[in-house]
Ligand binder design. Structure first.
Ligand SMILES: [Zn+2]
Length: 393
């Protein structure tokens, strides 16, 4: 799986590998192709309700090979760690789900209900795979959703949404000694950005979600003009927002629309915007039976984890940096800024669903020398097997 370069594409090749393993074990599955070498895979073990959906994405992010100490397209094992692109985010989590299903099937473990595997394409860019599975009604009978994204020994039950908007400002070029002959695209863009930022901050001020915190608004990219003595005919800005259920993506987009329309009406500006990414915030139930089971089953694995004082210090520090908590004794429940396919799977039921993100991995996702502790990976296969059996007892 690590050898397949599935950077927002080629997920079909990962699905083929999973299909072979599932076929050999006699687990019912199908590949649902879309586009150029892209695919989702759905597999089911057991039958009837309740249905526990377990999910992982097959795509990874690009690598900068020069910064790696090993070949990122090869699974390398060194000092109790795995290295390779996707070991943490999240081919290991996906493999652990599949292996758990295969081992349960081979052992003939009775399952009172269904484990439904949803392996997706394109989670890293727009989540088209999860979106398609939801449209194709694969979520309709699902009672609980577990996503094996890297959380370490923690349960994430809420994720912020994300809204990315690009604003284009079209002007008219002119020599800068005659500004009246032109339309300054950069100045118009700056004014409109200023108005939008002020409005968004006013509208979201004091609105908070108790797990996820507040709305985040960042102007991350700005371009425009090409010469010091020419009135710029073009400017563009890209804005990234992290959203909460209390102030929705649609409400934010409305502010953009209103401010831009009003500004265009009152001036000679030609400003337009487009949404380039739109995923909603989701909040599950902190005390769901699924999370309680994970805490019970996972606790001994967390406590038996071999960690040096130095590693504990590092883990605490990196948890702090990402706004998360760390414990060596209890499986914590928390919310997180980053999103998952859950935003598309739960589009019709974003709040209060039995949802958890719980999978093997550390904070090296998307980074150079992405790694995963070997023992954590194998622990997770054990944990998943116990969890599936107990949840569907
Ligand atoms: Zn991921």
């Amino acid at each position: 799986m690590i050898e397949v370069k599935s950077v927002n594409g080629n997920e079909k090749e990962v699905a083929d590998i999973l299909k072979k393993v599932l076929d050999d074990a006699g687990i019912q599955n199908e590949i649902l192709t879309f586009g150029n070498n892209r695919a989702n895979l759905v597999a089911t073990l057991g039958k009837g309700r309740p249905v526990l959906a377990v999910s992982g994405h097959m795509d990874v992010v690009e690598v900068d090979k020069d910064n790696w100490e090993t070949d990122p397209s090869e699974l390398v094992e060194k000092d109790g760690m795995f290295y390779g692109r996707g070991v943490t985010d999240m081919k290991a989590g996906l493999a652990a789900l599949v292996i758990s299903m295969v081992e349960l099937k081979e052992a003939g473990t009775p399952i009172n209900g269904t484990i439904k595997l949803l392996a997706t394409a394109g989670e890293e860019v727009g989540q088209p795979g999860a979106e398609k599975l939801t449209e194709q009604r694969y979520m309709k009978d699902v009672d609980a959703l577990l996503i094996a994204e890297p959380s370490g020994y923690r349960c994430v039950y809420a994720n912020k949404g994300e809204l990315n908007i690009t604003i284009d400002s079209k002007g008219q070029a002119a020599h800068s000694s005659m500004p009246k002959a032109g339309i300054n695209a950069v100045e118009h863009l700056l004014h409109v950005l200023n108005n939008i930022e002020t409005k968004v901050k006013q509208a979201t001020d004091g609105i908070e979600n108790e797990v996820l915190g507040d709305t985040v608004f960042n102007i991350d990219v700005i371009k425009g003009g090409n010469q010091i003595n020419a009135i710029p005919a073009f400017a563009q800005a890209q804005i990234n927002m992290r959203t909460i259920p209390e102030f929705t993506n649609a409400q934010l987009e409305d502010i953009f629309k209103e401010v831009i329309d009003e500004y265009n009406d009152q001036t000679d500006a030609q400003i337009d915007y487009s949404v380039t990414m739109n995923t909603i915030a989701i909040t599950g139930k902190e005390d769901s039976s699924l999370i309680q089971l994970i805490q019970k089953i996972g606790k001994p694995y967390l406590q038996n984890q071999e960690m040096s004082d130095e590693e504990i210090k590092q883990a605490k520090k990196s948890a702090e940096l990402t706004g998360l908590k760390f414990s060596k004794d209890e499986i914590l429940t928390l919310g997180m800024s980053g999103g998952t396919d859950g935003s598309k799977f739960l589009i019709d039921q974003p709040n209060g669903f039995d949802y958890v993100m719980f999978g093997p991995g550390n904070d090296t996702m998307h980074k150079d020398n992405e790694s995963l502790s070997k023992s954590m990976y194998f622990d997770y296969i054990d944990i998943y097997k116990k969890l599936f059996t107990e949840y569907l007892k």
